[in-house]
Design a protein around this ligand. Structure first.
Ligand code: ATP
Length: 256
């Protein structure tokens, strides 16, 4: 779905991403892991088209990202970034409705799509609250809803992509569980997810594929069962431990 080829991002004399060549497959959940400052958010910004690479290319569905018409791109991929909250006193409902700006549809249609997501993510009680007054976790749930709503069509989310940057950082344990089961539903309905997570064991539980970054370089990428190893995690995070496998698809990293 997304392919990068020798992608680099430089700011002045600093290289934030160095020759990244990676393929994120359609209808897979891919986790991007790495230490603080490894370049994870920078990569998501490039993949979303919000940041232009210094060199190299990004393709989405076989077409160069910068050649995508803006409206089509906006309805195909949505990013949930670690951004500051807008200081406008929009209500949650008004904020969510903005997610439909790139769709050519009637207001009634936008309201119906918004209502579907609101019900599904259980945000009914928030709708009339100003976004400036939400707690960190509530705001994160609204952000997730906005991203999903942005790509939702009559056909669902087939061939749509969510780019999620630490989407559970502010969620309590119940909301984390809800979030991951909703993500599973998104995948079951044909969507594709790229997610930055700091909880590597959670990532191992949910990810089909992984990309491990260290100081802007690729340490490893590919299927989770091949990438999630002691030596790769050691090279990525400079930590020692052991990976234990529980059943077919469950690997867990224990610190030594
Ligand atoms: N505009 C910029 N100019 C210079 N350096 C930058 C710029 N943006 C980011 N950086 C640096 O690039 C590096 C990668 O940043 P990035 O936000 O991608 O890291 P990250 O892996 O997402 O980190 P974290 O886990 O802490 O969120 C960091 O050292 C950061 O300070």
């Amino acid at each position: 779905m997304f392919e990068t080829n020798n992608l680099s991002v430089r700011v002045g004399n600093t290289t934030l991403l160095n020759n990244i060549t990676v393929h994120f497959h359609s209808n897979q959940l891919s986790a991007i892991l790495g230490a603080n400052g490894a370049g994870k958010s920078t990569l998501l910004k490039v993949l979303s088209g919000d940041l232009a690479p210094s060199s190299g290319t990004v393709n989405l569905c076989g077409q160069k990202l910068h050649e995508w018409p803006a409206g089509e791109l906006a309805t195909t991929r949505a990013i949930m970034a670690q951004q500051r909250r807008p200081q406008f006193a929009f209500t949650v409902l008004e904020y969510l409705m903005l997610a439909r700006h790139a769709w050519v549809e009637s207001k009634q249609q936008s309201i119906e799509f918004t209502d579907t997501i609101v019900q599904r993510l259980e945000l009914q009680s928030f709708l009339q609250r100003p976004i400036t007054q939400l707690s960190g976790g509530e705001w994160q749930r609204v952000q997730f809803a906005r991203a999903w709503l942005q790509v939702l069509s009559h056909e669902g989310v087939k061939n749509k992509v969510l780019l999620l940057d630490e989407p559970t950082a502010a969620l309590d344990i119940y909301q984390q569980g809800r979030f991951f089961s909703l993500l599973k539903e998104f995948m079951t309905e044909g969507g594709t997810v790229l997610i930055v997570l700091h909880d590597i064991n959670q990532a191992a539980r949910i990810a089909d594929a992984m990309l491990l970054l260290n100081q802007g370089h690729v340490v490893a990428s590919g299927r989770t069962q091949d990438v999630f190893s002691e030596s790769h995690l050691n090279r990525c995070f400079n930590v020692s431990g052991s990976v234990q496998h529980h059943g077919d698809n469950h690997a867990y990293f224990h610190y030594l």
